[in-house]
Ligand binder design. Sequence first.
Ligand code: SF4
Length: 420
Amino acid sequence: MGEILQQINKKNLAKLKFHDLAFAIEGNELKVNLLRSFYFKIPLAALESIGRFYLINESELSFENISQQKASLLFNQLLANYIPNLKNRLFDKQAVYVHKKSGIPLIGTAFIGMTDRNTTCIEIKPITGCNINCIFCSVDEGIDSRKQIDFIVEKDYLIEEFKKLTDKKNSEFIDIYINSHGEPTTYAQLPELIAGLKAIKKVRSISLITNGTLLSKSKIDELTAAGLTRINLSLNAVSQEAANKAAGTAYNVEYVKKLAHYIVQKCELVIAPVYLPGVNEHEIEEIIKFAKFLQEKAKFRVILGIQNFLPYSAGRNPISSILMEEFRKRLEPLEKKYNISLLSVPEDMQFHKTVPLPKPFKKNDKVKAKIVSYGRFFSDRLAAAKDRAILVPNCKAKVGEIVNIKITVDKHNIFYGRML
Ligand code: SF4
């Protein structure tokens, strides 16, 4: 049986140490925690097939009477065998780890990796899943999400692929938006990811789109020290009642407001509420006053950008939207009254067109592809071909299978397909 070893005096011990994994013994299993938010389990009996083992500390294991090289090889095989059982601790949902050897390309889906809409902005999506439950969520994340599978991307894989993508762009600069289908602050290596992205020559700015609830002063310090330019805070109300209503759950608005005061001393802040008729429209003036108050004390720029609620077929749409014209008619008087811009984007935050990223296939093409994982539902599959991921809804093919797919959607290198 595995045990915690206080003193290691034995010879012939292979020691394995990990950065991204943490271990704990639970009953007859070794719980392997991946990047704090994800876990899977390995039966102790499977570990003992390698050799008598010891848990030295939470990131270090050792095996008796085996060479370092062999222990490493066998333990990595065990990790590969059991990682398909990965779960997101947030709601104990099944999860997929997208890493260099996973065979899952980082361009091709809307929910993981990178989205390049042929402008100077690239969206980076390292993780899915959200800790709150906004009633208007355009990507149906959070507590009531219907999504069955979450994804997490290996930091170094994301940085390397992003670098390759920027090399293909003809622009002088790139603005990154970390814009997860979910809450990006649940990604344990966010500071390291930001530092890695910021080190790439063309990167002009990095914005983080967050609901703010999982931030703290020390986290803000870490993120800004790593190179974060701007926090886009989805603050939809300033009163507790309306904030809870918009978030679809308890949302500690006083805490987030306090953090906003701290953010503006550390980096730029965009307050980005969604205008929700019947939910927070009576809050808009108070949000404006809050933004004005922050602007007076801020070391960095504070921008208020109000967005109109738009329904999305895959999102939650509990209210009716208003036309853009009506939205503008409601906000323009407030811009005048408070002498604040609510609808325009500052020059240095606008996107500029770039040479389109080539598409290796287009709508109606027939493509041979390999099934590499589930999609967001157990009924979906992700396929890979020519360095692109293709989401195939209602597909029963097995992971590893080679299939023929007809491409049904190809917009902005986001691909959907149908199995033939
Ligand atoms: S914070 Fe964003 S991802 Fe999370 S539920 Fe709200 S809108 Fe969706």
